[in-house]
Design a protein. Sequence first.
Length: 242
Amino acid sequence: MLVVQDSDEVYEIISDPERLQSYKPTFKGKPRPKGLHFCLDLPHAEIKEWVLEEKEKVFSSVPDEVKSKLRWEHVGSTSIPGMPGSMFPDSLILTQSFPPPKEIAASLLANGYEFIGAGPLDSEDVWFIKFGIAKPGHVLDGKLHKIHVAPNSERGTGRLLVEFRDRCNTDKEAFESYKKSKMEAAKHLDSETPNPMAYKTSKSKCSVLLELGVKYGLNGVALKAIRKQVAEEAAAANQPSS
């Protein structure tokens, strides 16, 4: 399936649960992004500054009456100082309802993002990605930027991403739990054939993430599979050695 680049059609897909679920665009032929490796010392300050600049670009073409009802959050590892990870920042646009205003999709597409569909854990968490940030000389040049667009509701990915970031930034135990999961997942990036999806699945075994997944009602197939894998690994670790 080809990537849809028309903002009206993107809005129609997001508004139709069946079309959104079946929307699986292919990205074959795209060059591998730069920086597909695990970084122990992410340049958090430089990344944060770029994310704020990107917010201004995206929001500049959104009407004021729409923009006033939106909230932009820098989330993920690059929003947690001291956390290792990949050099690919994540942002979140929180909306008051779902589907989000069509002006958001129009602005994102106009600013070089591509609509890749709903995330694996929440059908109301839709993703847009910029493949290849163009900023020569900057640490993010050639990297990816993913933007989640999700409602600011009591359940769902939006609230989870914000609370998880805040927990890791204020709770040392939460920080260390996520860092441990990421260090164990790093092998999937630092190999001759990097596997970003295996990396994402492995780092999601963090106990704090699983706890928040339950709190915010993310009981999707992917999350259940991760929980099952964690339980099986724990059971195997508790087996007496022969």
